[in-house]
Design a protein around this ligand. Structure first.
Ligand SMILES: [Zn+2]
Length: 367
């Protein structure tokens, strides 16, 4: 009997609890991703199947990014903080495990301090205790966040580091001006020579060097992979994609810098072969026709979702209305939700209309 017990115990460990109780295996929770409308800023909430949460950026302070200067400067409005708070409630998030601030521009760091007053935050993730833009009119978001980050547990990752969200594989591919220099390991397409680099163009950096510091993330759940480079610049995208594609292929491309033409290098956008793109543009922020066209033409793209109809895009450079979360004239503040299952299939929902689209899993890893 003494010898049999360990064997019985080992067998018991191998038998799923559902079989022991004669039930169907319990459906695992999906990875839920909420792309929150912040009128051309960024705020994306990830809720892992484990229950842990990660908010990437916090939108604009006050009512900035609104269509007219009078509206943008209206006092007493906490538009994006309120929208993010509503989504946290909807997702039953009562403690944020990670708040990532990609960089210290107002449309990303705008509510870091405000949200930290509203909900407990276990870990902050950012590019370090400085901003390269200390001009009086550009340092306010950083200065409001600085006292919060100093008191909190703050992680300052380097490219290649992992953000340990339980249930997901979250990797940093850019931070503080540095980008990955080696291909990601065990990733489809990573390390492959990129033929698009031969004729690739580079661009002059514009006069907003804080974008260059952006934390860029690769979020993986099984075979599902999402790329979010914050507001990284065109030449840094080039460095990630040329001469070899260091980051591989993706399911979802969350467009860099809201669809502004200082980012969106085709040598990266084409090489990552995303099935779905999602642009966090505003009515008049990002959403450039040139960038839209690059994404629209990218090989393997099935659908291109947008948080807003782009005014600059006109009839030619916007997706069909069902893929637009906000049409501007009549509505603002509608989000796009994505639910990703363990088999790699996922559903996307336009909160304005309730329109949903099902994306079946592709065999094995995303191509
Ligand atoms: Zn931005």
């Amino acid at each position: 009997m003494r010898k049999v017990w360990p064997l019985l115990a080992a067998v018991a460990l191998l038998v799923p609890i559902s079989l022991v109780h004669g039930q169907q295996p319990q459906q695992q929770k999906p990875l839920d991703i909420y792309f929150i409308d912040t009128e051309g800023g960024q705020a994306t909430l990830f809720v892992s199947p484990s229950g842990q949460s990660m908010l990437v950026d916090t939108g604009f302070p006050g009512n900035q990014g609104a269509a007219t200067p009078a509206e943008a400067n209206a006092p007493g409005i906490m538009r994006d903080a309120d929208r993010i708070t509503a989504v946290l409630k909807q997702a039953n998030v009562i403690v944020l495990d990670y708040m990532v601030i990609t960089h210290y521009h107002a449309d990303h760091a705008g509510n870091a301090a405000e949200l930290a007053h509203r909900i407990p935050v276990r870990h902050f993730v950012d590019h370090g205790p400085y901003t390269v833009e200390m001009q009086a009119n550009r340092d306010a978001p950083y200065l409001s966040y600085q006292p919060v980050r100093e008191r909190a547990h703050t992680i300052v990752p380097k490219p290649g580091d992992k953000i340990p969200v339980v249930g997901l594989d979250v990797r940093v591919v850019s931070a503080a001006g540095d980008v990955l220099t080696e291909p990601m390991v065990g990733v489809p397409g990573a390390g492959a020579p990129n033929p698009l680099c031969r004729d690739a163009k580079l661009k002059e950096q514009d006069a907003t060097p804080e974008n260059f510091e952006s934390i860029g993330l690769v979020i993986r759940y099984g075979s599902f992979r999402l790329l979010d480079l914050g507001d990284l610049t065109w030449n840094q995208e080039h460095a990630l994609a040329c001469p070899n594609n260091l980051i591989g292929t993706f399911t979802v491309f969350h467009t860099t810098r809201h669809g502004d033409p200082h980012s969106g290098a085709p040598q990266l956008v084409y090489a990552i072969r995303a099935r779905v793109a999602l642009m966090n543009n505003g009515e008049r922020k990002g959403g450039s026709p040139e960038y839209w066209q690059t994404v629209h033409e990218a090989p393997g793209l099935e659908d291109f979702w947008q948080l807003h109809r782009s005014a600059a895009g006109g009839a030619e450079h916007n997706s069909p209305e069902q893929f637009l979360a906000n049409l501007n004239e009549t509505d603002h503040g509608h989000n796009i939700k994505m639910s990703v299952r363990a088999d790699g299939s996922f559903t996307m929902t336009n909160a304005r209309t309730g329109f949903t689209k099902e994306y079946p899993a592709r065999g094995g890893a995303p191509r």
